[in-house]
Design a binder for this molecule. Sequence first.
Ligand code: BV8
Length: 237
Amino acid sequence: MSGRPFRNIVILTGAGISAESGLGTFRDKGGIWEKFDWQKLATPEAFRSDPHSVHDFYNARRANMAGAQPNDAHRALAALELLWQAEDRGSFLLVTQNIDDLHERGGSREVLHMHGELLKSRCNSCGHLFEHTHALGVETACPSCARAGGLRPHVVWFGEMPLGLDTIYEALGACDLFVAIGTSGTVYPAAGFVSEAKAAGAWTVELSLEPGEVSALFDEHHYGPATKIVPEWAGRI
Ligand code: BV8
C-alpha cells in the first residue's frame, strides 16, 4: 500500500461490482457470454442482420436490471466520491464498463458509462437519445421523430467506439491512483487503462474475486467479494 496521500483518482468498474446485486457477469462460470454468443448479439452487424434477437436479449437484461439493488460496494464508492469532494482532495473519476444504473442508485453523482447505458435508447434516424426503461422493439416509434425501426439500445457493441475516451485518457494521464474493480481485464481499450495510469506514475490497485488478465500490471491486489473488499479498501484511503 503506497503511503502517500492520493489526490487524483480514477476508478474503473466492471460486471463484478454488480454480481452480488444479482446481475450476471460475462466471463465467469455461467456468465452471459457462456450462454449467449456476443458475436450474434453485441455487434452492429448482429443488430443489422437480426434486430429482433438483439432487442430480445437487451429487453431481458433491462427487465432483470429493474429488480436489482445497489450493494455495499456501489455505496462505498459513492461515499468515497463525497469524501473526496468534501476534503477537496483532487479529481475523482468513476468510469464503468457496466450498462446498469446501480452506481447512480448507490449514490454516485458522476458516472462515466464508457460502454453506454441500457436504460437509455437512441434513434438511428434522428439521433434522439432518451431514457427508456421498458422493452424496445423494431416496431417502437421514436418519441422525437415518430419513425419506427430505427431505435437501438444506447450501448457500445464490440467494434464500436467506447464513450468518453478523451475524458478518460486525460484523467489517466493526471492520476496518482488507479483502481480496477470487478473486471476481468479482457476487453479493450478498458483493459489497457492500467498501463496508461502506470505511465503517469500512478499507484495501481486491482480489487476483484480473482486475478484478471492484466493482474501482473497492478501494484496492489485484494481478492474477494466486492461487497467486502471495496468498503475495506475505501475505508483505508
Ligand atoms: C473498440 C456492452 C475501437 C454490451 C461491452 C485492442 C484495442 C482496442 C480494441 C480491441 C483490442 N483488441 C480487441 C479489440 C476489440 C474489442 C475487444 O476488446 N474484444 C475482446 C473480446 C478481445 N473491443 C471493442 O470492440 C471495443 N471497441 O475497440 O473500438 C477502438 C480501438 C482503439 C481504441 C479505442 C477504440 C468495444 C468494447 C465494448 C463492448 N461492449 N459491453 C453489453 O454489455 O452487452 S463489453 C462487455 O465486457 C461488458 O459490457 C463488460 O463491461 C465488458 C468487460 O467485462 P467485465 O466487466 O470485466 O466482466 P467479466 O465478466 O469479463 O469479468 C467479471 C470480473 O468480475 C471477473 O474478473 C470476476 O473475477 C469478477 N467478479 C465476479 N464476481 C465478483 C467479482 N469481483 C468482485 N466481487 C464479485 N462478487
